[in-house]
Design a protein around this ligand. Structure first.
Ligand code: SF4
Length: 697
């Protein structure tokens, strides 16, 4: 029967950065008819969350974009052919470039497509088409961690490996709701046989906090003062690791800096009693105890996220909790290939982890790719928020959006109405024709999705894994790779990319580019090698011998800085950008509400099964005492209003939320009408987590 598989193929899941491997069950034509989690894969060992189990559903949606769509003179999107679509694309962008210059166009891409497609897009756009500005939605999820690592270690280098969950004595989860956001990683915690103390630091009593050994319920954005107070106690008491400190720069200045952050001095801002802070300081600095720190968006999406991530890094450096089993300052990324995006997308850094500002890097890229040196730009790109501001200011006239949905996901999204008005040309390249962004496009290019293409992802522990085509894309939809190939030829720069024939060929080009960089993967033969090994973590240089399957960085105490030492970075905490006041008395926290939905629901919202697991209509969580005070009954429809916008949501009475705070899941399009546009000054990552709102019945 049609439902009886004849063979299988493996593929890394296309949602979160955990990087679970799935086994696709194929019919005689090679079409996936079902799937199961892959047993024996080191990341997930036969487990998957609901999104992974239902990963095929979004491919069958009637909302798939199946032909190019072009907006006609009446303002309606209507079907067109690829030839007309490509001609319109090149004519419009060339005209805008010749009239307004190479800085008048930008692309916004994603952490959701394989690194071969990302690299093709970035190299085509900058070296072939000659534009400058581009960024990815990784700015919204892991730019902070990348910046923090780069400044502290000399490279964007998450040091840990998932095995560290199983090898720690103390696991600190800060701003990370693992049970919901990364459920398979929580299973790795549950496999720890060392009887670890699990400490959750979070304003909410999240699902993870409820099952942890200890929940430290701090005030929103009290994290940075708390972390400095911990460093204060540890340095005051000399509970330090002198070997690790010898490999670290800045200890004198840091010791002096944290002297003013005594536990009693931060009790007010953190909401945490001094004795809790002192006890936590002991827990994370006990000699002989392995301590690992793990963070996600509660840290990254903050107006001072980079310094907060670095305050965690600093604690690991001074206590020697780095480069050893069960330790590390470990960022858990959001998207399946966010790590690939930061290294290979040729947006904020030059492809394969190089620097635009370094002439020797530009020459290396030019020589190895066979692209004339003068085409390798040294001009860095604007960040995501700067690109959008430049559109609003009339400097950027055209946007090309690939596999992301900023008209839902960007902070303070009401402002984007102005953005659309100011654009002369908006291209959206997506699997679906009806995302919030796609509906506004002038030209919509129908793209294949996960399951319909091949390439590599890199997960949060630096592990490369492969994805496979197990379905044919519907109608005339093409892989993003094929679309970039067609655009290169239509633009007239196809010859520059004559070797970029298919993802595997591009992988070979990219791996050779990484030689002698920290992310060196020259030792990887090909996709089959990656599959054979159960994924391969970078670095994997030539002549590297047997690495083992779970590897961490900095075991030799050497870092990627010019001095070879890590660097302690710190600066005084700054005030919350939009605190509550009598007019807007609630602090709104946003975040992931379920393990069954993903970001803007573009894909998971197409799955009947996943939709059943999550309310279709917006809801918010409010403390029952506040609900009583404001006369709000359970399930009542309430208007939530900020200074920027409003939305309606049903009240869910939850003692897990502190009094004076509300929690709103980010999966609903209206949420970002409310959020406040604050940005971390180092990473330019938006601070989605805290803004002032009021409730109207
Ligand atoms: Fe694993 Fe993440 Fe996919 Fe769930 S969404 S199956 S946790 S990779």
């Amino acid at each position: 029967s049609r439902l009886k598989p004849v063979c299988t193929a493996t593929s890394i899941c296309g949602y979160c950065a955990t990087g679970c491997q799935l086994k696709l069950h194929l019919d005689a034509e090679g079409n996936a008819i079902n799937l199961s989690p892959q047993a024996g894969y080191p990341v997930n060992s036969g487990m998957a969350c609901p999104k992974g189990w239902q990963a095929l559903d979004p491919l069958d949606s009637p909302d798939r974009a199946t032909v190019p769509l072009l907006r006609n003179h009446k303002g309606k999107l209507e079907p067109t052919d690829w030839s007309t679509a490509l001609q319109t694309f090149t004519t419009k962008l060339k005209s805008i470039k010749s009239t307004h210059g190479k800085e008048s166009v930008a692309f916004l891409s994603t952490g959701q497509i394989p690194l071969e497609e990302m690299a093709f897009l970035g190299c085509l756009y900058k070296f072939g088409m000659g534009f400058v500005h581009a960024d990815a939605n990784t700015r919204q999820c892991m730019a902070t961690a990348a910046t923090a690592y780069k400044q502290s270690f000399g490279f964007d280098s998450p040091p840990g490996t998932y095995a560290d969950f199983e090898q720690s004595d103390v696991i600190v989860l800060i701003g990370a709701n693992l049970c919901i956001a990364h459920p398979i990683l929580w299973q790795r915690v549950m496999r720890n046989k060392r009887n670890p103390k699990i400490i959750v630091i979070d304003p909410r009593a999240t699902e993870t906090a409820q099952v942890a050994s200890q929940h430290i319920s701090l005030r929103p954005k009290g994290d940075l003062p708390l972390l400095y107070a911990l460093a204060h106690c540890i340095l005051r008491d000399g509970r330090i690791d002198s070997t690790s400190i010898a490999n670290t720069e800045g200890i004198e200045d840091f010791t002096e800096f944290v002297k003013s952050y005594s536990p009693s001095s931060v009790t007010e801002t953190t909401g945490i009693p001094t004795e809790t802070i002192e006890a936590l300081a002991l827990d994370v600095s006990t000699p002989g105890k392995r301590v690992s720190w793990w963070w996600t968006m509660g840290v990254n999406q903050s107006h001072e996220g980079t310094r907060t991530a670095q305050a965690i890094i600093n604690l690991c450096l001074i206590t020697g909790n780095i480069g050893k089993p069960g330790t590390g300052p470990n960022s858990i990324t959001g998207q399946c290939n966010a790590m690939g995006s930061r290294l290979f997308s040729n947006t904020t850094s030059l492809v394969a982890g190089h620097d635009y500002a370094d002439e020797s890097h530009r020459r290396k890229i030019s020589e190895q790719l066979g692209i004339p040196y003068e085409k390798i730009t040294s001009q860095p790109s604007m960040a995501y928020d700067e690109i959008l501001e430049a559109v609003i200011a009339g400097k950027i006239k055209a946007l090309w959006i690939i596999a992301t949905n900023p008209f839902h996901s960007w902070i303070d999204s009401g402002k984007l109405e102005k953005l659309r008005e100011n654009l002369d040309f908006l291209v959206v390249q997506d699997m679906y024709h009806n995302t919030e962004s796609g509906l506004l496009a002038d030209l919509l290019l129908p793209a294949a999705g996960w399951g319909e293409k091949s390439g590599c992802f890199i997960n949060s522990e630096r592990r490369l894994g492969t994805i496979k085509p197990v379905r044919r894309a519907p109608g005339e939809a093409l892989t993003d790779f094929r679309i970039f190939r067609l655009i290169a030829d239509a633009w007239g720069c196809g010859d520059l990319f004559s070797k970029w024939t298919d993802p595997q060929a591009v992988f070979q080009l990219l791996k050779n580019l990484t030689k002698d960089r920290p992310c060196d993967i020259v030792g990887i033969e090909n996709y089959e090698h990656i599959d054979r090994e159960g994924g391969i973590q970078w670095p994997f240089p030539e002549l590297s011998g047997d690495h083992g399957n779970e590897r961490r960085l900095f075991e030799d105490g050497k870092y990627y800085t010019s001095s070879g030492k890590a660097r302690l970075h710190f600066s005084p905490p700054t005030a919350m950008p939009e605190p509550v006041d009598p007019e807007y008395p609630f602090l709104l926290i946003t975040g992931r509400g379920t393990s069954s939905q993903w970001h803007t629901q573009s894909r998971t919202g197409k799955s009947k099964v996943l939709k059943k697991l999550y309310p279709a209509d917006p809801y918010f969580e409010i403390n029952p005492a506040d609900a009583t005070k404001y006369g709000i009954e359970a399930n009542a429809a309430i208007e939530i209003r900020s200074r920027r916008g409003k939305m309606s949501a049903r009240a869910y009475l939850a003692p897990t939320v502190q009094s004076g705070q509300l929690f709103l899941p980010m999966h609903y399009a209206e949420v970002n009408r409310l959020t406040y546009p604050a940005f971390d000054p180092h990473s330019r990552q938006p601070g989605y987590k805290a803004c002032a709102v009021k409730l109207l019945k």
